[in-house]
Design a protein around this ligand. Sequence first.
Ligand SMILES: Nc1ncnc2c1ncn2[C@@H]1O[C@H](COP(=O)(O)OP(=O)(O)O)[C@@H](O)[C@H]1O
Ligand SMILES: [Mg+2]
Length: 252
Amino acid sequence: MTATSIELIHGSRSHTSTVRSTYIDRAETNAIAACGIEMVYHTGAENYQALKQVDLEVKFGDIQLLMGPSGSGKTTFLSILAGILTPSGGSVRLLGQEITKLSSSKLAQFRLENIGFIFQGFNLFPALTALENVEVALKLKGIRKTAAHQQAQELLEQVGLSDKGKRLPQDLSGGQKQRVAIARALAGNPQLIMADEPTAALDSQNGHAVIELLRNLAKEKGRTVLIVTHDPRIIDVADHVAYLEDGIMRDS
Ligand SMILES: Nc1ncnc2c1ncn2[C@@H]1O[C@H](COP(=O)(O)OP(=O)(O)O)[C@@H](O)[C@H]1O
Ligand SMILES: [Mg+2]
């Protein structure tokens, strides 16, 4: 496993530690609580403030949308909430754990155990089959070969792709690739699912299938789901919608 392949699944800060149990505060009412998030990008001589004092609270089992125009800071904020980016200021609590205070190895372990992240561009390994793409994520979580194989098959079945396991990403449609990416994010049953524009590249039918999957995760399986999207169809299944504009959270 190369560093790059791990980054594809878990973002730039993960590593391959085996999963140990992380303390989770069950008394916490919010699955996600971000407070006073600031993000300044340093590009050459210029500083660009992408987020200004952004707050967000998401309750357990809710579907929360994050909307806003292109360039408003959605991906930056989602990456901070997932522990992929370190904010310039503010704090993020996930499942009662303040992740902004964790060392990078503890954070990597926390993410591996608790967060399923669906990247905007799928981030599938082109040389691996659909099944292998999911298996890799399970093996990273310390699951052994035979069990990983079986669980990967079950996850593909959950997203309606049980007959496509042997295909390479290049032989799958956009919707099918997105569903493989979702199956991979669900590996190991994470409490938190975060998705960056999961339906952007999909036609109506595939879009609906993905929305139904995300709805099911929250409403039937009790997962907390945070979705960055432009897609008005997702508003129908959302519990709350937050709007970012020029790095500022607007009242919805
Ligand atoms: N790595 C980076 N370095 C410098 N500026 C960045 C970087 N990533 C994003 N930005 C800038 O921050 C702003 C917000 O970007 P982003 O979070 O990707 O917005 P969105 O997802 O809403 O389109 C944009 O102006 C973008 O150009
Ligand atoms: Mg974006």
